[in-house]
Write a new protein. Structure first.
Length: 94
């Protein structure tokens, strides 16, 4: 999903209404992305930060979103596993 694009396109009228948290709570493999940042505002980091603040994402939610970006990709299984392990290692260290 591209939350700031969703906001700009009036899919949601307020970022606090965005379904990202609900989707994660339901176990869906939601991802947080950017969509034409020059037009819709916000590269990937800003989409993560503003959405996390607006819908009260937990640290675990943000980590899950980061993992989902790889598990939902077209990378081969070994690459996915490597990236997910890197996220786990970073999360454990910080």
């Amino acid at each position: 999903m591209c939350p700031l694009s969703n906001l700009k396109l009036c899919v949601v009228m307020d970022l606090k209404q965005h379904p990202m948290k609900r989707m994660l709570d339901l176990g869906l493999r939601a991802t947080c992305n950017s969509d034409d940042p020059a037009y819709y505002g916000g590269y990937i980091a800003e989409n993560f930060i503003r959405t996390a603040e607006a819908v009260n994402l937990s640290r675990a939610d943000v980590i899950q979103l980061a993992k989902n970006s790889f598990t939902g990709s077209f990378l081969d299984r070994a690459s996915i596993a490597s990236h997910v392990a890197s996220i786990d290692a970073y999360a454990a260290a910080h």
